[in-house]
Design a protein around this ligand. Sequence first.
Ligand SMILES: O=C(CO)[C@H](O)[C@H](O)COP(=O)(O)O
Length: 239
Amino acid sequence: MKMNDEAFVSDTLKRAAGERAAALVTDGMKLGLGSGSTAAHFVAALGERVREGLQVVGVPTSEATREQAEREGIPLTTLDETPELDLTIDGADEIDEDLRLIKGGGGAHLREKIVASASRRMIVIADGSKRVQTLGRFPLPIEVVPFGLRATEIAITKLVESLGLEGELRLRKAADGSTYVTDGGHYILDAHLGRIDKPNVLASTLNNIPGVVEHGLFIGLATGAILATGEGLVELGQV
Ligand SMILES: O=C(CO)[C@H](O)[C@H](O)COP(=O)(O)O
């Protein structure tokens, strides 16, 4: 299969998952709107339903999603105005059998985690290739404050080693080669670990390092998942 064909198939699967998720939304829901290419299909399908009369409000998890939702005519709110949400729909970079996730490939995991934590339910939408036995093949994004970057990097390296993990940290770059800056004005260190055998331990200890704002391990947040495969949609957890 040629690269373009693969990208087309992947996008078709992402769209199928996004459209299925949009069909789950009912009148009056307060929604978290995820970020990334799969979530963008959800936002597009939700926009269609809103234009047909569906009444919802959404909290976007990134500036990119905010712009798309505004173009789609989806009424938006903030977590300050609406601190408790019914449902968040978002993509993921990896998902395991316990619905634990790696997120943040698009750099939005800080807001995504705040929004998912404020939601009663979080449904992950992804193409089936994101399903893994063990998390960690995808580099774990760790958002850090620019101040003291090197010291934070050393502290993360020591923690990772103390947990028996191996790998390297790479400061994320933007397409133009400059340091990537998140919507919150922070940097991202991508931890290339290969596999994370005890994600719960890593997740809780990373948060103790000063300078770490948030990492992309989402544990105990996803309540369900819709995975689109060539054979159809596969649902995990409660959808
Ligand atoms: O966590 C994310 C952004 O921070 C995305 O949801 C994740 O990277 C998946 O993206 P895509 O749907 O484009 O594969």
